[in-house]
Each structure stands twice: as C-alpha cells, then as structure tokens.
Design a protein around this ligand. Structure first.
Ligand code: NAD
Length: 505
C-alpha cells in the first residue's frame, strides 16, 4: 500500500466513528498489552541485538513501563473521555458549556533508536486511548526492533487502525508529504526542524520530544557518595544513550576529586573491573555514532580522569570521565554516549550562569541540601524538567500498577531546543485529543440576549456592561441558576419595555 493510500484508508476508518467509543479504546489498549505480554521476549531480544542491552534492563525501562502506562490509562480513561463542565457567565446561565474530548484523527509517531520499544509504545498508548488511528515509523537504526514491530503488529491490529512503516530518510520524507492530524516526533533537534517544516505544509500540530545537554550541578553540601552513585547510574544506563542522561557536571575544585573517586567506585560496583565483560553495559548503536564519540575523544583538550580502551568492532566505549574547559569540543552538542565531562567552577552562580547561557536542556539536575540553591536553580534556569538530588527520576512512567517506580503524574517534554509539547499519563491523552468547546443553548431567556442585537444604542451598551464579567461558579449552577435567571429574565423584560416606550416617545 502506498503512503497516500495508507493514510486515506486510516482516515476513512477514523471517519466511520468506530474508534471513538470508550469501550473500543479500552479493548485496543488491552490488545496492545496482549501484544507486549505475548512478545516481551521477542522485543527484549531485538533490543539486545540492536544495543546489547540486557533483557532485565529492557524489561524495567521499556516493557514494564509501557504495561504500567496502559494500566494507568485503563484505570482513568472513563474519567478522561468525559466532557468537562466549565464555569458560566451571567448571560449563559441557562446554557450548557462543555469541553468535548474529540480524537484528532490520523496520528504519526516517528521514533528514535535508543529506547526503540518504549519510544514507539509510550506515545502509542495515549494516541489510541484518545481515539485516533496510528502510523508508526520506528528508527531504521534499531533495525531488529523495527523488523519485530513490522512482523508482529499486523497480527494484532489491522493497518487501517495501526500501521508500521519501516525505512530511513527517503521513506520518512515521503511519509511526511501526507497530511496527518498530529505528529509526535522523538529524536534530535536538526531532524525535528525537518519534521516541523513538513507538518507546517498541512498545518499539522506537532509534539517534539528532543534532547539536549542535561547539566548536573554538584554542590559541596551534598552527600557525595549517594550523588555519585545516582549520577553513575543515570549516565551509563544504556551506555549514555538516554535523552535525560547527565551530559556534564559543574562542580567546584574542592568537591571534584571526591566526586570523581566516588564515581569510579560505583562504575566498579555496577560493571566490575572489566566493564567490557559486564552484561549490564550496553553498546553504541552503530559505527557512525561510535566514530562521532571517539572523534570527539581525539579532539578533546580535557584530561581523562576515568576511561580506557574503546573497541570499534565491538562498538564498545568504556565509562569515561574528563576534566574539561567550557569550550571543549564535548561541550557543543549533546554527547549521547558514555563520556561525562566535568567543568570546574568557582561558584554556584557561575554554574547557573553557564546553564542559562546555553540552550534550554531537557532536564537539569542539582545535588544539594540547601533549599535556597534549589530555588535559585529553578528560578534562574529553564529546562524541560528538574530532578533535585537525583537524575532521570522525574520522568513519567510506571513499572506496573503494583510497583510504581517512576512518577506517573508529571508531564514529560522539553522547552526551547529540547522540545515542544508534552505527553505521558493524562498529558498524553490531552496531547492527542482536541478539546472542542461546545455551548448548548435553548430558546428560553431571549430577553437576556436583547443587548447584542442591532440596532445598538447606549442602553444596550449599559446592559451589556452590567452583565459582563458576572460569573456563575460551577458549584452553584444547580442552586443558583434558576433564581438568577428568573431575576435576569424580569430585568430583561423591564429593560425591553422601557426601551420600547422610549422609542415610541
Ligand atoms: P534517529 O536518527 O533514529 O532519528 C529519529 C527518527 O527520525 C527516525 O525514525 C529516523 O528515521 C527519522 N529521521 C532521521 N533523519 C531524518 C530526516 N532527515 N528526515 C526525516 N526523518 C528522519 O534518532 P536520533 O535523532 O539520533 O535520536 C537521538 C536523539 O533523540 C537524541 O537527541 C535524544 O536526546 C533524543 N531523544 C529524546 C527523547 C525524549 O523523549 N525527549 C527520547 C529518546 C531520544
């Protein structure tokens, strides 16, 4: 099927209205859960082939998290689909203003390779829950996961409802010619510009989930040991190929040696003396990215504090910590690999200025026991999110309802070059939903409306001013509406007869 035909088929299916009832949506979420549960081994195995990430890690970070998200949606969807009632104004006291939750239509999800399963499924959950059809475009770099989705998804969903399109830049470019009703792209800022440009041709709304250089500020009043442990975990998880991974550290010269020693200790504890042999240490996705990172290692002027031999054939780069200046080659773009530069600062203010001078990151991290410093970081810097005294943990997601490991109530998204829009949990449902404003009116109380009809005059203007700005709170609707409306009705009748009398005179 060509892309035009595919999108037309999905739009036609969407227009039948089949995807709208909440019961249908729940059934599809359960089907998606079944797909994951029945194929968790195949999915984990595909991730292992693409990234050499161990199954247990994929189970926690991708599969469990997605199942948890589905369960969370199943628990809440009945409430989320309900129209929301809103406060009324005086002139609409008899009416029913509501926000209807309309699905948008045909959604395109373009995914990256670093968490290749969840970066498809986590946006797919809210897109389906919101009543849309979905076209998935997995990353061609995580080719095993892409092939697994292409093979297995049709066993659970028909292409008119969920379709997988595989391919690289040419295929994605062609696909982007089509008109979608929403595009969610996860990847890097340069490609995001291409996506947004293509979407602009159709005025299609976009959600852009991007990356950036996530800073870590370590202050001298912190618990160095726990801070180092958490930083080391978040940095070398998935071999540093995590959008929220610590990108660099800002620390003063007194704390630096202690921090580096503690980081070395935890690298050892997590991955052993021989990191290459550790099952917990993943690999770089491909040789292009390997060459990009090792190219920077050749150019850096920084001193290597922790590191070792890389191996191109094995796509292995060990956990590496560098002591760098602010203008080091590693400090230009997101590193997205296992290298952690440390910049030495003289003061906390210098750290904040450095962050604020750069592009807005997806996350900022601070380790301190001083609440005033936390407040300053929150006030003086902008980032998609912040975790205080840890890394990554503000990310929204659950590891099954029984064990909510991460949070599931915060929105996830960037700001500036780190992204646009947000999703996860209710925020994801809202992203793929059009909130349609609907005002239901009857034919009673026409006198309340008298002041809007021509011919306009001063009295009508005065009446409008009297009515303007008066609100009827949601809680009072039932109790207060009737007397207020009756009073307004009488007021309107009197006003009309006075106006008529004056006109007769
Ligand atoms: P990638 O190269 O796999 O690209 C992502 C998608 O864009 C792929 O499906 C690819 O086919 C498509 N694509 C690539 N070039 C294209 C082009 N010229 N035209 C049209 N489509 C194109 O992944 P990536 O961009 O290397 O991903 C890594 C980036 O993603 C990092 O910056 C990381 O921080 C970010 N990321 C962000 C999140 C988040 O949730 N915010 C999650 C994961 C990764």
């Amino acid at each position: 099927m060509g892309f035009t035909e595919l999108v037309e088929t999905q739009r036609k299916y969407f227009r039948t209205g089949v995807t709208k009832p909440v019961q249908f949506r729940k059934e599809q979420l359960l089907k998606l859960k079944k797909f994951i549960e029945e194929n968790r081994e195949a999915l984990s195995e595909a991730v292992w082939k693409d990234l050499r990430r161990r199954h247990e890690s994929t189970e926690i970070l991708e599969i469990g998290m997605t199942i948890g998200e589905i369960d969370y949606f199943l628990k809440n969807i009945d409430d989320w689909v309900k129209p929301t009632h809103v406060e009324k104004t005086f002139t609409t006291a008899l009416d029913k203003p509501v926000i209807e939750k309309d699905p948008k239509g045909v959604v395109l999800i373009v995914s990256p390779w670093n968490y290749p399963v969840s970066m498809i499924l986590l946006p797919m959950v809210p897109a389906l829950a919101a009543g849309n059809t979905v076209v998935i475009k997995p990353s061609e770099l995580s080719e095993n996961v892409a092939a697994t989705f292409e093979k297995l998804i049709p066993k659970y969903f028909e292409p008119k409802y969920v379709a997988v399109v595989n391919g690289g830049i040419p295929e994605t470019t062609d696909l982007l010619e089509e008109r979608f009703d929403h595009i969610l792209y996860t990847g890097c800022p340069p490609v995001a510009k291409i996506i947004m440009t293509a979407a602009a041709k159709h005025l299609t709304p976009v959600t852009l989930e991007l990356g950036g250089k996530c800073p870590v500020v370590v202050e001298d009043d912190t618990d160095i040991d726990i801070s180092a442990k958490r930083i080391a975990w978040g940095k070398w998880l998935n071999c540093g190929q995590t959008c929220l991974a610590p990108d660099y550290i800002l620390v003063n010269s007194t704390v630096k040696p202690k921090l580096v020693a503690a980081i070395r200790k935890y690298i050892n504890e997590f991955y052993g003396e021989n990191v290459k042999a550790s099952k917990d240490y993943a690999r770089i996705i491909n040789q292009r990215h390997f060459d990009r990172i090792t190219g920077l290692l050749e150019k850096t002027q920084g001193a290597t504090l922790i590191g070792g031999e890389s191996d191109r054939a094995d796509l292995f780069i060990p956990p590496t910590v560098l002591d760098v200046e602010k203008n080091d080659p590693f400090m230009h773009d997101e590193i997205f690999g296992p290298v952690l530069p440390i910049i030495t600062v003289k003061s906390f203010s210098e750290s904040l200025e450095y962050i604020a001078d750069g592009e807005k990151p997806l996350a900022a991290y601070i380790f301190t026991k001083n609440e005033a410093k936390v407040k300053r970081l929150l006030n003086e810097t902008s980032s998609g999110g912040v975790t205080v005294n840890d890394v990554l943990m503000h990310i929204t997601g659950t590891f099954t309802r029984k064990l909510t490991y991460f949070l599931d109530t915060l929105p996830f998204g960037g700001v500036g070059v780190s992204g646009m829009g947000r999703y996860r949990g209710k925020f994801g449902f809202d992203t793929f939903t059009h909130e349609k404003s609907v005002l239901h009116r009857g034919f009673f109380g026409e006198s309340l409306q008298a002041s809007r009809y021509p011919p306009l005059n001063q009295q009508k203007l005065d009446q409008m001013r009297k009515l303007t700005g008066k609100r009827i709170s949601l809680n009072l609707i039932n109790v207060a509406t009737l007397p207020i409306v009756m009073a307004s009705f009488v007021f309107g009748m009197l006003f009309q007869s006075c106006s008529r009398r004056r006109e007769d005179d």
